[in-house]
Design a binder for this molecule. Structure first.
Ligand SMILES: NC(=O)c1ccc[n+]([C@@H]2O[C@H](COP(=O)([O-])OP(=O)(O)OC[C@H]3O[C@@H](n4cnc5c(N)ncnc54)[C@H](OP(=O)(O)O)[C@@H]3O)[C@@H](O)[C@H]2O)c1
Length: 220
């Protein structure tokens, strides 16, 4: 399997690249900073340098040729402006879909976030509101496309604690429990191997279910 990860130097992305490369899969990480190339290559993946906020779909398409799947794991990140929530968390996710369509890649796994379909607490400020709006708009834009086999994964609050190999995964609402980036990456790797998750939006929290079993259980 050849998988292209947009936001290839992200914390989840590097973990996912390591897992996939260790399973013998081919992985490409798309990064905007050439200094990040070495970290991506250290996982066993190869790196393509492209800024997803200034690139066109045509710029990105060659990197996607021959891929079996794409994963959107980019994000403007903490401390970014409200404007960059839109240009990265929404627009770059759509750009990846456009490029995937042009390259003939149907399988798309979107890393979203829990709560994006809930009312926003105004006390959290306008950048938070912009983040939630961008994630929701990305989900809606991608869900409406017939040229993608889309799985949306909505993790709860992420931690850098070591993974435990167990999660809670559901197409319905879950109580909020922090989840490790290690375990999110393992869920993404399992989702990539599970075509029956196409069309699903999956809430993902810390939990007690074995990851491969949890992914198998939610498949249509
Ligand atoms: N934090 C949480 O609790 C939480 C909860 C649920 C979901 N999420 C979502 O989970 C996803 C992954 O999380 P994470 O912790 O792995 O994020 P992360 O470490 O912040 O990684 C995001 C990556 O996106 C890259 N990126 C930003 N703008 C880009 C651009 N224009 N072109 C190419 N790459 C670009 C960043 O690169 P640079 O280093 O160059 O900026 C960074 O490597 C994010 O979408 C986040 O919103 C987070």
């Amino acid at each position: 399997m050849r998988t292209v990860i947009a936001g290839g130097h992200g914390k989840i992305a590097l973990r996912l690249a390591t897992l996939l490369a260790n399973q013998g899969h081919e992985v490409v990480g798309v990064v905007r900073n050439p200094d990040h190339r070495a970290d991506v290559e250290q996982t066993g993946a190869s790196a393509v340098v492209l800024d997803l906020e200034s690139a066109s779909a045509a710029d990105l398409t060659p990197a996607l040729k021959g891929a079996d799947a794409v994963v959107f794991a980019a994000g403007a990140g903490p401390g970014s402006t409200a404007a960059r929530k839109d240009t990265v968390d929404r627009a770059a996710a759509v750009l990846l879909a456009d490029a995937a369509a042009q390259a003939g890649v149907r399988r798309y796994v979107l890393v979203s976030a829990t709560g994006v379909d809930q009312p926003v607490d105004p006390a959290r400020g306008e950048v938070w509101a912009a983040y939630v709006a961008a994630k929701k708009a990305a989900e809606d834009a991608l869900r409406g496309r017939s040229d993608l086999d889309l799985t949306i994964v909505r993790p709860g609050t992420l931690t850098d604690d070591p993974g435990v190999g167990k999660v809670a995964l559901s197409t319905g609402p879950l109580d909020r429990v922090d989840v490790t980036r290690d375990d999110v990456a393992a869920v993404l790797a399992a989702v990539l191997e599970a075509p029956g998750t196409a069309g699903l939006t999956l809430e993902l929290m810390g939990g007690t279910d074995d990851i491969v079993g949890a992914v198998a259980a939610v498949q249509k």
